[in-house]
Design a protein around this ligand. Structure first.
Ligand SMILES: Cc1ncc(C[n+]2csc(CCOP(=O)(O)OP(=O)(O)O)c2C)c(N)n1
Length: 341
């Protein structure tokens, strides 16, 4: 990313400064994109449910910053930002949300199950937690083929109560597979509060039972997520087996756009908003000598432009044709082996 005006020019490596600003841009882009999606949902332009991750952007940016081409990611229904940060075209993503034929699944699904394997993104599954065994399977494939990549599985604290999650972690622990489990603990699973979900304080404690380390970080502090992830991912890539990072966070909106979240009180929301990851990171940038006001203006403008172009592209795109309804529903049959072999 070209450095915006206002970026400090101290004797620090340009790559580091560029990364600092790139992370800021990612959080801003994800927030702007999701805010727009919420508005479009109210205008009845979105196909299917909308599960906003507003408030959780530092997790997406901080985890994805350590990923490389070829890594496999299984995001949660709330992780639209993973698509943007992993480089999926924002226009195609918006078209997916609007059910258009230019979307990732050519208009055959809502955002919820849309994936993009070209960018190593597996579409989330309806059964909570069932994407963890899939990520573990991808990690097993990396191990069997001696590939250097890793798999990452995002899940919520609600999903962590499901059997699939434990089976996946157990298998990964036994076989020391290259997989990172990321729990986005936002304190509510739909309307179920944390204390009704589990009898322990930290999901991360469960990792010990499967023979690997669990780490707890503030999911609203990008620098903390980043620092722990870099360390943990380096160990996974070296072959030291799986790890779990639990990110404590909060979702600002309801479970989905149709949920007014009346089961939680306003004060709690306001308290968490005061820990918003974006202004918190701006403070860091300011301390490092950046002209934050200037950078914010430039980055907001850039993010809004990207979002607007994505909306324009999606709105211009056609709905899928009825005669294509049965295409791409199953994987192509493997080419039969030549006779006599
Ligand atoms: C096995 C299963 N049970 C219930 C649901 C309905 N459901 C969808 S999302 C959700 C809440 C999930 O909470 P959590 O895993 O903490 O993730 P969050 O939505 O908070 O990000 C529920 C109960 C489901 N999809 N699958």
């Amino acid at each position: 990313m070209a450095q915006p005006e206002g970026a400090r020019t101290a004797a620090e490596p340009a790559a580091r400064i560029e990364q600092e600003l790139q992370l800021y841009y990612w959080m801003k882009l994800v927030r702007a994109f999701e805010e727009r999606v919420s508005r479009l949902h109210r205008q009845n332009k979105i196909f299917g449910g909308v599960y906003s991750g507003a408030g959780q952007e530092a997790i997406i940016a901080g985890i994805c910053a350590s990923l490389l081409d070829g890594d496999f990611v299984a995001p949660l229904h709330r992780d639209l930002g993973v698509f943007l940060v992993r480089g999926v075209d924002p226009g195609r993503l918006m078209a997916q949300l609007m059910g258009k034929e230019t979307g990732l699944s050519r208009g055959k699904d809502s955002f919820l199950h849309g994936g993009d394997l070209e960018h190593g993104i597996f579409g989330s599954t309806s059964m909570l937690g069932s994407s963890l065994p899939i990520a573990v399977g991808a990690a097993l494939k990396f191990r069997m083929k001696r590939e250097k990549n890793i798999a990452v599985a995002f899940f919520g604290e609600g999903a962590s109560s499901r059997g699939d999650v434990h089976e996946a972690m157990n298998f990964a622990g036994v076989h020391r597979l290259p997989v990172l489990f990321v729990c986005e603990n936002n304190r509510y699973a739909y309307s179920t509060p944390l204390e009704k979900q589990m009898a322990i304080e930290d999901v991360a404690d469960r990792a010990q039972a499967y023979g690997f380390k669990g780490h707890v970080v503030s999911g609203n502090d990008l620098l903390e997520v980043l620092e722990v992830t870099e360390r943990v991912v380096a160990r996974i890539r070296k072959g030291e087996g799986p790890a779990l990072i639990e990110c404590k966070t909060y979702r600002y909106r309801g479970h989905s756009e149709h949920d007014a979240a009346l089961y939680r009180d306003q004060e709690e929301l306001i308290e968490w908003q005061s820990r918003d990851p974006i202004p918190r990171y701006e403070l860091f940038l300011e301390k490092k000598g950046h002209d934050v006001k200037h950078i914010r203006e430039q980055i907001d403008e850039r993010a809004q432009k990207v979002v607007q172009e994505a909306v324009d592209f999606a709105e211009r795109s056609a709905l899928p044709k009825a005669e294509e309804a049965l295409e791409d529903l199953t994987a192509p049959s493997p080419t039969p082996a030549p006779k006599g072999k």
